[in-house]
Design a protein around this ligand. Structure first.
Ligand code: 5AD
Ligand code: SF4
Ligand code: FES
Length: 350
C-alpha cells in the first residue's frame, strides 16, 4: 500500500494491478489523505462552482439504471422553453456562478438552431458553458462549439463492453468513445466519468475505466455511485457504493493531479455529508442545482436526490457556507482545465 501510494503521489501512474489493490484496500484513509494532499498541491484550496440547469427530462434512450429512460411512464416529463433556460442562466450568473452546465436527457426537441441560440445568448453573461446533453453527431457538436460552448460532459458510464451492452440497449460503447473523441477534436474541455456500483460491475472493470479516463486525458472526471431506481428494470443491489466511489475519485486525483473532479450530487444522496467528504478526498468542484424548484423533483435520474425542494438562491448560499466550513473558498474564475486560458477551436471539416 505505502509503496503504491508513494508511486502514485510522485509519478501519477499506476498499472492495473496497483489500481486494483487501492480499490480493494481496507486502508481507505491513507488513500483519501494522499488524494487530498495531491489535490491541494496541484489545484489548491479553491472550489469551483458550476450551476446545473436541468432543462428537459425527455430522453430517447433507455438506459437500465436511469429514471429518465424513455420507457419510464411514471415520470412527469417537462422541457423548458429556450427563454426560460436563458433566464435561469442569467440568474445563475448574477449569483456569481462562472460556469453554467446545461443538462438534459437526449431530447430531440432542441434542434441545432434552438440549442445554438440558447448557447449564444447565455455566452453574453460572460460565463463558461458546459453541455451535458448526450450523444450527438460531429456536426452538432461542432455547431454548439461554434455557438460558444466551452466544455462537454459525457460519461462513458462503464468501459466493460458486456455490461455496457446489457445496460444501455440500442447504444454502443464504441460510439460513445467516438463521441468523446469528436468532442476533444473540436477543442472542448472534455468531461467524462463512470457510475460505480452498477450490478455486474467488477473492481477489475472499474480499474480499466480508470485507465481509460487517464488514456483519453479527460479535463474533468465525474464519479457517481449507483443509486437504485424502482421504475427501472435493474434489480436492487446489496450494499452502498459510497466508499468505493470515493476510492475511484481519489485514485483519479492521484493519477491526474490537475484535472477538475466534482464532488457529485449522487455522493451526497448516499451520505448527508457526501460532497464535503468528497472535497476532502480529492474533489475540487461542486455542481449546485440552479433549476427552478418546481421542476427539480421531476428530474429524477435516481430517487432521493438532494435539494429538490430548494431554490437556486438557497443552494448558492448553502454551498458557500458548507465550503467555508471546511476551510476552503469558492473560486472566482471560470476554473478551466486548459491552463492557457483560451480555447483553440479546431476547424475540422472532415
Ligand atoms: N444512479 C447514479 N447515477 C446515475 N446516472 C444515471 N442513472 C443513475 C443512477 N441510477 C448518471 C449517469 C448519467 C448522469 C447524468 O447520471 O452517469 O451520465
Ligand atoms: Fe437518457 Fe442519460 Fe438517463 Fe441514459 S442516463 S436514459 S441517456 S438521461
Ligand atoms: Fe442545495 Fe444545499 S446545495 S440545499
Amino acid at each position: 500500500m505505502t509503496s503504491i501510494l508513494y508511486k502514485a503521489i510522485n509519478i501519477h501512474n499506476l498499472n492495473k494491478r496497483e489500481i486494483l489493490h487501492l480499490l480493494d484496500t481496507k486502508e481507505s484513509d491513507k488513500l483519501f489523505s494522499a488524494a487530498d494532499k495531491v489535490r491541494k498541491e496541484h489545484v489548491g484550496d479553491k472550489v469551483h462552482l458550476r450551476a446545473l440547469i436541468e432543462f428537459s427530462n425527455y430522453c430517447k434512450q433507455n438506459c437500465f439504471y436511469c429514471g429518465l429512460r424513455r420507457d419510464n411512464s411514471k415520470i412527469t416529463r417537462y422541457r423548458l422553453k429556450p427563454q426560460e433556460i436563458i433566464s435561469l442562466a442569467k440568474n445563475a450568473a448574477n449569483y456569481g456562478y462562472k460556469t453554467i452546465v446545461l443538462q438534459s436527457g437526449e431530447d430531440l426537441y432542441y434542434t441545432i438552431d434552438k440549442m445554438s441560440k440558447i448557447i449564444s445568448e447565455i455566452k453574453k453573461f460572460d460565463v463558461a458553458i458546459t453541455l451535458s446533453i448526450g450523444e450527438k453527431t460531429f456536426e452538432e457538436y461542432k455547431a454548439y462549439r461554434k455557438a460558444g460552448a466551452d466544455r462537454y460532459l459525457l460519461r462513458i458510464e462503464t468501459t466493460d463492453e458486456a455490461l455496457y451492452n446489457k445496460l444501455d440497449p440500442g447504444m454502443s460503447l464504441q460510439n460513445r468513445m467516438i463521441c468523446l473523441d469528436n468532442i476533444k477534436k473540436l477543442g472542448y474541455e472534455v468531461g467524462s466519468g463512470i457510475i460505480v456500483g452498477l450490478p455486474g460491475q467488477t473492481l477489475e472493470s472499474i480499474a480499466k475505466d480508470i485507465i481509460y479516463l487517464k488514456s483519453i486525458h479527460v479535463d474533468m472526471a465525474g464519479i457517481g455511485p449507483f443509486i437504485y431506481h424502482p421504475n427501472t428494470p435493474i434489480e436492487k443491489p446489496e450494499g452502498n457504493p459510497f466508499e468505493l466511489s470515493l476510492k475511484v475519485m481519489a485514485i483519479l486525483r492521484l493519477l491526474m493531479p490537475d484535472i477538475n473532479i466534482p464532488a457529485t450530487t449522487a455522493m451526497e444522496t448516499l451520505n448527508p455529508n457526501g460532497r464535503l467528504i468528497a472535497l476532502q478526498c480529492g474533489a475540487n468542484v461542486v455542481m449546485p442545482n440552479a433549476t427552478q424548484t418546481e421542476y427539480r423533483k421531476h428530474y429524477e435520474i435516481y430517487p432521493g436526490k438532494i435539494c429538490i425542494g430548494d431554490s437556486p438562491k438557497h443552494c448558492r448560499f448553502c454551498i458557500d457556507s458548507k465550503i467555508k466550513s471546511i476551510n476552503r473558498t469558492v473560486a472566482e474564475d471560470k476554473g478551466c482545465h486548459f491552463r492557457s486560458g483560451f480555447y483553440n477551436f479546431v476547424q475540422n471539416d472532415k
